[in-house]
Design a protein around this ligand. Structure first.
Ligand code: NDP
Length: 280
């Protein structure tokens, strides 16, 4: 059976197809909003910071006539998540879900604050799972749709990453792949987007206080959010289930199974130095 591909198509009843984007107030999520708006899609922007979402909606209104809605929601709050999921599942116009909301966590598992670890799992595992369940039935019924889980290269190298962060991204990769198999033939596409270091606000949070990550990671390894999103959408149009943006990171991915590779050893040493630095 040929791989399903996705690109925005006008709905039969009129009106533009709609994309729901979590984590739309900044970074990769905001860039998805910009690129999908310029492709004519209607948008539902989800995050906690209302003023950021409103500013983005205003910016997009000047370049696109497609409607932009705002959903202010803390996705780690189960009640708010459930209410959002119910609102989304009652619609029939959602053609794309991009789950981009995420946070970073550094430090050793046994030392990191438990509430932050649980909250990360709520955001990276429970919320994407619940929202995918909310939109999938309407996509299957229409025979068209796509779900992008913004995962990370860390999901492929989880033993070298922070245990909760890397493992949560490994879950997203497995979840996406498994759904692609389960829904094969329905016309719905699934993609696990696995970027490496990307210039966003992720590394500017208090979590990274005292760590100058840009000084530690060579400039050639930093991707722009624009490139990450562009490669993701091209991958969706080609039916790619896993997208690793950037040639250097694709080489790294190819080495993932080779435990003797120099690249992995270097990364491992850098990780150990970093962990030693951030440990209390
Ligand atoms: P940013 O910090 O720029 O964006 C994170 C987004 O998540 C913000 O819009 C933030 O909005 C939202 N968010 C955080 N917590 C919550 C919450 N509790 N409820 C709702 N929304 C929330 O980071 P990125 O754009 O880089 O991150 C996007 C995704 O990309 C993440 O899943 C991250 O793991 C992944 N990624 C990033 C990489 C990088 O190097 N930047 C590399 C690999 C993967 P608000 O604060 O307004 O709620």
């Amino acid at each position: 059976m040929s791989k399903p591909t996705w690109s925005p198509v006008a709905r039969k009843g009129g009106g533009p197809p709609v994309a729901v984007i979590t984590g739309a107030s900044s970074g990769i999520g905001a860039e998805f909003a910009r690129q999908l708006a310029s492709a004519g899609m209607g948008l539902v922007l989800v995050a906690r910071r209302r003023e950021r979402l409103a500013k983005l909606a205003q910016e997009l209104a000047s370049s696109s006539s497609a409607p932009v809605e705002i959903e202010v929601c803390d996705l780690t709050d189960r009640e708010s998540l459930e209410a959002l999921a119910e609102r989304l599942s009652s619609r029939s116009d959602i053609d794309l879900l991009v789950s981009s909301a995420g946070v970073a966590l550094v430090g050793r598992f046994a030392a990191a604050e438990v509430s932050r670890q649980i909250s990360l799992l709520d955001l990276h595992v429970i919320a994407p799972t619940r929202l995918t369940r909310a939109v999938l039935p309407q996509m299957i019924a229409r025979g068209h749709g796509a779900v992008i889980q913004v995962s990370s290269l860390a999901g492929m190298f989880s033993r070298l990453s922070s245990p909760t962060y890397g493992s949560s991204k490994a879950y997203l990769n497995a979840f996406s792949e498994s759904l692609a198999e389960e829904t094969s033939g329905t016309g719905v596409c699934f993609q696990a987007l696995c970027p490496g270091f990307t210039v966003t606000e992720l590394h500017s949070t208090p979590e990274f206080d005292g760590i100058d990550i840009h000084a530690r990671i060579p400039g050639v390894l930093w991707l722009s959010a624009e490139r990450v999103v562009r490669e993701s959408l091209v991958g969706l149009a080609e039916g790619k289930r896993v997208v690793v943006p950037g040639r250097r990171y694709r080489w790294l991915r190819a080495l993932a199974g080779n435990r003797y590779s120099i690249a992995l050893a270097c990364r491992w040493r850098a990780g150990r130095r970093w962990r030693r630095r951030v440990e209390p």
